[in-house]
Design a protein around this ligand. Structure first.
Ligand SMILES: C[S@@+](CC[C@H](N)C(=O)[O-])C[C@H]1O[C@@H](n2cnc3c(N)ncnc32)[C@H](O)[C@@H]1O
Length: 305
């Protein structure tokens, strides 16, 4: 990634490679944007200097410990996980719903079917409770900060009745995404919201590569994230990076993922980063010869007589 970026103190970096070199060690930073598969291993293998490698691992550990330590100090509440902007919850849920509904209908049809989702970096289960449980019969949560996950467990006891169906939070995994591998073929949707910035580029790529095996046929990822105007913005306080749309697209390519749909989240306060939703699939979406996407059968259409 060649674009320049900034950190939260206003310091400028000439490229993401320079920033990662400083944050997680020179030897692991540059190959991360070049490796296609399992870049962590590729980076390690290409590095003959074991001293640098060990130094890089220490820095990487520090990067993640700082991130976790930050969230451990945050109250387990909607205000807490939304950085004091609990007011965006309703718009967020509405936006997610409008984005997901037609894609679910298109990929899985409208016939009744048992749907399972994974909520990544779930925090207190806000996304699961307010949104995912409406669409999915089972939702698993993965979150590394134990007091958030405990709050999620409490917030999500019992089941939610949706029509004649029962929807429930099924499994709670207390683990960070860089260390998590989902069960094979369990999920229709893997939802990743407001947490991928905690992952370094190489862990981003290896996470998505591992997580692909967790998808059912026709399953897909949704990444909902803050978007930097250009390049990236590094937050030194919580060890996270806000990437630009171009940066994300470069990483998706490295993950072997294709964009099925993209939408901007509307109605956010002006002072916040823009937010985009990306639906990502593992094989190239088929575009009909006329260049128009097939519509789900139940969507509105113009009447032609
Ligand atoms: C801004 S909160 C968002 C929580 C939730 N996704 C939501 O939208 O309500 C960021 C979450 O990412 C979690 N997190 C931090 N580091 C992580 C990591 N390495 N892997 C997964 N989640 C992480 C935090 O503990 C926190 O719950």
């Amino acid at each position: 990634m060649d674009s320049r970026g900034y950190d939260s103190t206003g310091r400028e970096f000439s490229s993401a490679t320079e920033m990662w070199a400083e944050e997680i060690g020179a030897t692991s930073a540059a190959p991360a944007m070049e490796a296609e598969v399992a870049p962590t291993a590729a980076a390690a293998a290409s590095n003959g200097d074991t001293g640098d490698e060990a130094g890089g691992e220490v820095k990487r550990k520090d990067w993640y410990s700082k991130g976790i330590a930050y969230w451990q100090g945050v109250e387990a509440s909607t205000e807490g996980v939304l950085g004091g902007y609990g007011c965006v919850n309703d718009a967020d849920v509405k936006g997610s719903d409008a984005f997901l509904r037609p894609i679910l209908a298109e990929r899985f049809g409208t016939a009744k079917r048992h749907l399972v989702a994974l909520d990544c970096g779930s925090g207190i289960g806000r996304v699961t409770k307010n949104f995912l449980l409406r669409h999915f019969n089972e939702v698993d949560l993965v979150e590394p900060v134990s007091h958030f996950l405990e709050a999620a467990r409490e917030n999500l006891t019992g089941c939610m009745d949706v029509g004649q169906d029962t929807h429930r939070a099924a499994n709670f995994y207390c683990i960070a995404l860089q260390d998590f591998t989902p069960d094979e073929g369990r999920y229709d949707v893997i939802w990743i919201q407001w947490c991928i910035g905690q992952l370094t580029d190489d862990d981003f790529v290896s996470f998505f590569n591992r997580a692909k095996v967790g998808l059912k046929p026709d399953g897909f990822f949704v990444l909902k994230e803050n978007i930097a105007r250009n390049g990236f913005v590094l937050d030194k306080e919580d060890s996270s990076v806000t990437r630009s749309d171009a940066y994300f697209k470069e990483l998706f390519k490295k993950c072997g993922l294709y964009i099925h749909s993209i939408k901007d989240q509307k109605e956010l306060p002006e002072e916040l980063f823009a937010v985009k939703m990306y639906a990502l699939v593992t094989s190239q979406p088929k575009i009909p010869k006329n260049g128009k996407r097939r519509r789900p059968k139940n969507s509105p259409r113009v009447i032609r007589s």
